[in-house]
Design a protein around this ligand. Sequence first.
Ligand SMILES: NC(=O)c1ccc[n+]([C@@H]2O[C@H](COP(=O)([O-])OP(=O)(O)OC[C@H]3O[C@@H](n4cnc5c(N)ncnc54)[C@H](OP(=O)(O)O)[C@@H]3O)[C@@H](O)[C@H]2O)c1
Length: 398
Amino acid sequence: MKTLTVLGSTGSIGTNTLDVIRRNRHAYEVYGLVAGRNVEALASQIVEFSPKVAVVATSDGVAHLSNRLTGLGLSKRQWPELLWGNSARVQVATSAEVDTVISAIVGVAGLEATYEAARRGKRIGLANKEALVSGGNLLMRAVAEHGAELLPIDSEHNGVHQCLRAGNRGEVTKLLLTASGGPFRDTPREALARVTPEQALNHPTWRMGNRITIDSATLMNKGFEVIEACWLFGFAPSQVQVVVHPQSTVHAMIEYSDGSVLAQISATDMRMPIQYALTYPDRCEAPVPKIDWNQARRWEFLPPDTQRFPLLQLAYECQEAGGSATCTLNEADEVAVEAFLQERIGFLTISEVVRETLTRVPVRTARTVDEVLGIDGESRRVARELVAARSTAGAVTA
Ligand SMILES: NC(=O)c1ccc[n+]([C@@H]2O[C@H](COP(=O)([O-])OP(=O)(O)OC[C@H]3O[C@@H](n4cnc5c(N)ncnc54)[C@H](OP(=O)(O)O)[C@@H]3O)[C@@H](O)[C@H]2O)c1
């Protein structure tokens, strides 16, 4: 029996994780559920999974959650301990009762709990890529020093992890991460200036949270994944290549020194990598259709267009630059994506805000989580000023 804490239980990865657990109740019990503001969903999860502790983002959230649990008729004896805020997130991720933590909060809000879980030597199923993009150096050092296990849930990295089991790491020359290309794969640059949040949220192959869906439309997400791959597997950015593969069925490939390429192929369903992170090194039946090889199918592989999607190239440059450049990249993007979703800036302005923030925030080396969060706050402030300057006329600028 494994005991889990799910950071971000109400999100897309969190609910998929709970679905895997629902189907394997004999193997897992839930110690902690951590959400942000969605107390409705969290209350239902409490009723179903009976965690010992439930955490929300704010003290108001605890009050709302209490009302909701009362409304659902759950007797107080059955309530978990209700907590809020960052120190509570750290507490449920590091409890001695927990052996596995699923890190699926979006953004840097998940960094400290993930980092502290690594310092306690936990198994971490990592979806929260921003933790690595912002604090990769710190997190990987904690994993190495404390014998933690970091298993990637991002489907591409999970695919790489699976492929690497086939051979000798020293003979791998290249990692290939596939990208669907997002909803605007074939949209001309002039038209990109006018796309709406609704169109950008309409991802062709994956159903995910809003931030990662917009990041998929700009290819920023793929840029973050390049950075994530460098940290997770110890490769240089030049050894990580992105290939557009609209069918999203080949998740990743690795190339060996003799030119042989191995691919990881599976259905487009996040329960696959989540289950792998939970059961590794074993495998078990998954609630996902297997590929029907009797059906004719066509798979395409194309190079990405970094002229129309400059954030991908910027991610490579930031990882090469090192230090806090990738932390600033992440925060500037988060602010710009939020402004785009609020229709305060246009789609093409997202990359302008990110690039300009990077020129204004000096690159440093963060040695602690607090230092990462300091750089993070500074980057957000600068990005917000840039957004405000671009949206003052009230018009959405491209
Ligand atoms: N979705 C995918 O298929 C996918 C694939 C690969 C990687 N990822 C990565 O996985 C992470 C989660 O993505 P997602 O798509 O699941 O996002 P999502 O659906 O937006 O869910 C985000 C989760 O984070 C919680 N959260 C946000 N701010 C919080 C805070 N301050 N304190 C505590 N919890 C907070 C949310 O809680 P509330 O909803 O309760 O506010 C929610 O549970 C991201 O890093 C993403 O890049 C996702």
